[in-house]
Ligand binder design. Structure first.
Ligand code: HEC
Ligand code: HEC
Ligand code: HEC
Ligand code: HEC
Ligand code: HEC
Length: 456
């Protein structure tokens, strides 16, 4: 009797308010407006648009937004982690349906959730298609986040340019919203069920130097070029907006994002002496932080190595700065990501290696923590963010590496190289979930070498 009474009290004090709170937070997101509001047949395929806009179509097929639903890692994370997690915790159903509000908007509006798997080739596979973008009129929230776009299917498409000729397939209405970063922010800012900003690319841009100069997402990801034919029956434009949308999956876009220089404090030294190397890292290319977006997955790190005159290599470890949370920015031997055990139905899951790179390297990241304070890659299960040690737009970070020269180091020229590496997804997680290797291959962002004379 007493026990059941205790449960009754527990139910009253904890369960009911928590459920009300959860229902409230989920409702705060503008998802229910669109969920199930339209049908697949209300939308046209990108292929159809491509019959008159072949160049734009081909560019889009090579960009990640055409694969936002079908790409291997998206499919694995959505079905094996997110959907499975919502099966175990029904209160996650709303937020997990919401993945599609950005990754498969036609499926979200079409209301089949979860959508058919990519292999079934449904309209969900259209991902972020021409229709999705060109039917958007505005944002419903300020700031925009969580698929806050206002959208309506129909023959009326929106664009910035007034067309030279009338299109036989649709009407065009000019809309200045397409020039704004809020347009992109509808999907490139995300708040999760804990109220945590798990994605804030547009907000980072707004805080940074580029917003003040009017350099927007479109200027770097949809550069103007020409002469280029937007549509087959019209004239070429010299300033056509190319739909390249190249980002973190394009090694060329990532390369050179950070400029690196390394210098020693002295040029001549002896075995047994300390020598201090200073590395300057200048973010000269991104309009937001680096990395941005899927920050929970990404890892960028410095590797510094000395090679003595006989070719023997020494790995240098970064000097600690002493800030709070620094342990998450220096690679080491830790297990993490234990919360994947819930969706994977492995209750005793011990986790996998946190970093999967040589120990003692500086990492540029912001850790995401699950409700139990462990690092997670499940952004929807993130209760807290840790120290933000990413590199802001036009920011320069400085790191030091103190090296005590071994007594047996070879005299002569010692070369010291710094490399900044980048992985889309931390390798131990990629390997554990069997994500194809391209998602965790090492991309070189930049490198630089200096030299020092070791006296005998
Ligand atoms: C039958 C051919 C045809 C089809 C199919 C077609 N378009 Fe067009 N579209 C045109 C023409 C022609 C223009 C005018 C181009 C110009 O003169 O600038 C145009 C202009 C546009 C513009 C404005 C760009 C500008 O140049 O001002 C957008 C955006 C656009 N189309 C999107 C779409 C989308 C999205 C689809 C698929 C749902 C689509 N189009 C299907 C022929 C077509
Ligand atoms: C309807 C939602 C939506 C809108 C609007 C949108 N995006 Fe995206 N974008 C996505 C999703 C989802 C992805 C992730 C694709 C994937 O799964 O890898 C993405 C990926 C990208 C990438 C590729 C990143 C990488 O990792 O390689 C770039 C670049 C990008 N978007 C730029 C933009 C820009 C610029 C705009 C505005 C002009 C914009 N997006 C508007 C949803 C959207
Ligand atoms: C000054 C140029 C510039 C501007 C402005 C800019 N970007 Fe980028 N963006 C880049 C570069 C360079 C990269 C590649 C390096 C990287 O992955 O961060 C990139 C990468 C990305 C990525 C992939 C990032 C990752 O780490 O996974 C996304 C998504 C993206 N941009 C979206 C946007 C959006 C949305 C805006 C506007 C709010 C924007 N960008 C503004 C230059 C820019
Ligand atoms: C992620 C959103 C997004 C997607 C996906 C997208 N567009 Fe666009 N598109 C834009 C934006 C934004 C502009 C206007 C940029 C500007 O002028 O500042 C634009 C401009 C255009 C233009 C006019 C270009 C110019 O130079 O005036 C055409 C044509 C067009 N899009 C067709 C398409 C077609 C066809 C597809 C699919 C194959 C497509 N778009 C997919 C966002 C998108
Ligand atoms: C508010 C829009 C939005 C929502 C909601 C959203 N995503 Fe994303 N997602 C994006 C954007 C934008 C990117 C690209 C960011 C980047 O490139 O860094 C992305 C990237 C990803 C990636 C990484 C893709 C890659 O190849 O690196 C995965 C996996 C992913 N999302 C899965 C999910 C899952 C699962 C959910 C639901 C729990 C979800 N997303 C909810 C917008 C969203």
């Amino acid at each position: 009797m007493r026990k059941s009474f205790r449960y009754f009290i527990l139910f009253g004090i904890v369960v009911i308010p928590v459920s009300i709170l959860l229902a409230f937070t989920v409702k705060l997101l503008p998802d229910d407006n669109l969920k199930g509001k339209y049908a697949y047949k209300d939308f046209e395929t990108a292929k159809k648009c491509g019959s008159c806009h072949p160049g734009t179509y081909q560019q889009w097929t090579q960009a990640m937004m055409s694969q936002a639903y079908t790409h291997h890692w998206d499919e694995i994370e959505y079905f094996e982690l997110a959907v499975a997690h919502a099966d175990a915790k029904p209160e996650l159903k709303g937020p997990v349906d919401g993945c599609n509000g950005c990754h498969a908007p036609l499926a979200f509006m079409g209301g089949t959730l979860p959508p058919p798997k990519p292999s079934e080739k449904s309209m969900a596979n259209e991902s972020v298609s021409c229709e999705v973008c060109h039917l958007i009129r505005s944002a419903q929230t300020d700031p925009p986040f969580n698929f806050s776009y206002l959208i309506e299917p129909g023959v009326k498409k929106y664009a910035v340019r007034k067309p030279a000729i009338e299109s036989p397939a649709h009407k065009i209405e000019t809309n200045e919203f397409y020039r704004t970063t809020e347009f992109c922010g509808n999907c490139h800012n995300e708040k999760n069920p804990f109220g945590v900003w798990v994605k804030s690319t547009q907000l980072e841009w707004k805080e940074g130097p580029y917003s003040k100069e009017g350099v927007r997402c479109q200027d770097c990801h949809m550069p103007k070029g020409g002469p280029y034919l937007n549509a087959i029956m019209t004239k070429p434009y010299d300033d056509a907006r190319l739909h390249l949308f190249h980002g973190a999956h394009d090694p060329g876009k990532v390369r050179g994002t950070i400029e690196l220089r390394i210098e020693p404090d002295i040029r001549e030294t002896e075995p047994g002496e300390n020598i201090v190397f200073t590395v300057a890292l200048f973010n000269q290319k991104t309009g937001h932080k680096f990395p941005t977006g899927s920050v929970e997955d990404r890892i960028a790190w410095l590797n510094v190595e000395a090679t003595d005159a006989k070719g023997k290599k020494y790995h240098l470890t970064v000097d600690r700065k002493g800030f709070e949370g620094e342990e998450y920015t220096i690679s080491g031997d830790y297990l993490a990501y234990q919360d994947m055990g819930v969706p994977l139905k492995q209750p005793d899951f011990k986790g996998v290696q946190r970093d999967g790179i040589p120990h003692g390297n500086r990492i540029f990241r912001m850790p995401y923590f699950d409700p139990e304070g462990r690092m997670t890659i499940m952004q929807w299960n993130t209760a807290k963010l840790g120290v933000d040690y990413r590199i802001g737009p036009r920011e320069t970070k400085v790191e030091k590496f103190t090296f005590k020269l071994p007594y047996d180091i070879a005299p002569g020229e010692m070369k010291v190289s710094v490399v900044m590496n980048y992985q889309l997804l931390v390798k131990p997680v990629a390997d554990f979930l069997k994500v194809p290797a391209d998602e965790s291959e090492i991309k070189i962002v930049n490198e630089h070498t200096t030299s020092v004379k070791v006296l005998p």
